[in-house]
Design a protein around this ligand. Structure first.
Ligand code: SER
Length: 318
């Protein structure tokens, strides 16, 4: 197996690339990055290539050179940043996906993983226990590209028999690389502030509830889905996956159990409206039935582990 990971320096990519290297052999996993230089753990542990997913020729060249049979395509612009530059979000998210699917089809790639998101849902979607098949009414450009992307993946699977798979991730909480410009970033930022002994100004209201997932479960979902027996799968790139749901205030309270002095003030900005348009909780029974999805981390386990890891990392950097 030979794997190419785009967006390898991003929030998910930086950890998924290392997890794939551990599982399938370091030399078999190529880390593709664009603007952000590769951090040492990625640079030193396997092959890498600089490429821009919006540039078809660069992608073709990388596929010719490294001959991957699997691509994990993670390069994307998140929801809040996408609202600052909708044109760039369209170009990178949808143009990038189109290029990856085309190059995969023409270059003999067997399998593609592509993450969708809870951002496919919107104000018309039922907010609690959001069904797998329901109204999609995205209000952000990011969400629009994720809805279109899900259908594009479906199309390539049907029309060209490309084995494209993906999940609708909730907000992802990670200790290694912070997310860049998402609506759910407050959940990660809170931990950094708490560990540094700082007061946190949260950009959504305290009662804002969103579905979230801890990074180990995020990695597990991707790898488990990609390894699943194709005959058991009933969907392509739109599997709902869930792990936990909590309000901003509940997260702060859970962190306070470990850092009693932690203080949060709430000053909602434009991201509140995006958060309000997304579900509070997700029905992931299709993923559970088809490929055995089951999360390992709930709120208290995640907070404990996250604080321990961040403390270790930030102290080592001092
Ligand atoms: N975490 C993402 C965002 O906030 C949701 O897919 O944009």
């Amino acid at each position: 197996m030979r794997i190419l990971v785009t967006g390898a320096t991003g929030q998910i990519g930086s950890e998924l690339t290392l997890a794939l290297r551990r599982r399938y052999g370091s030399e078999n996993v190529v880390a593709a990055f664009h603007r952000t230089p590769l951090p040492p753990p990625l640079k030193d542990s396997g092959p890498s290539v600089r490429l821009d997913v919006t540039d078809r020729a660069e992608l073709e060249e990388a596929v010719r050179e490294y001959k991957p049979n699997v691509i994990y395509h993670l390069a994307a612009i998140l929801s809040a940043k996408g609202e600052e530059n909708p044109a760039a979000a369209w170009r990178v998210n949808l143009g990038g996906l189109y290029n990856v699917l085309e190059v995969a089809r023409a270059g003999g790639v067997r399998q593609v993983f592509w993450p969708s998101s809870i951002a496919v849902f919107g104000p018309k979607t039922p907010k609690d226990n959001t069904p797998q098949d329901t109204v999609l009414s995205p209000t952000t450009m990011y969400g629009v590209t994720k809805v279109a992307g899900e259908y594009l993946c479906d199309y390539y699977a049907r029309r060209f028999r490309l084995d494209v798979r993906g999940v609708r991730y909730p907000g992802i909480i990670s200790s290694e690389t912070p997310p860049g410009g998402g609506t759910t970033d407050y959940a990660v930022e809170m931990f950094y502030a708490a560990v540094k002994g700082e007061r946190y100004t949260c950009f959504v209201r305290p009662d804002t509830v969103l579905p979230m997932m801890y990074m180990p479960d995020c990695l597990k979902a991707a790898i488990q889905l990609m390894e699943a027996d194709p005959s058991s799968l009933t969907r392509r790139a739109d599997y709902n996956v869930a792990a936990m749901s909590f309000s901003a205030e509940e997260l702060a309270a859970e962190i306070r159990k470990h850092v009693p002095s932690f203080q949060v003030e709430y000053r909602p900005d434009f991201r509140q409206e995006i958060a309000d348009s997304w579900p509070r909780s997700i029905d992931d029974s299709a993923a559970r039935e088809d490929w055995g999805w089951e999360p390992s981390y709930d709120l208290s386990r995640m907070v404990e582990d996250m604080l321990a890891r961040l403390k270790r990392r930030l102290q080592a950097e001092l």
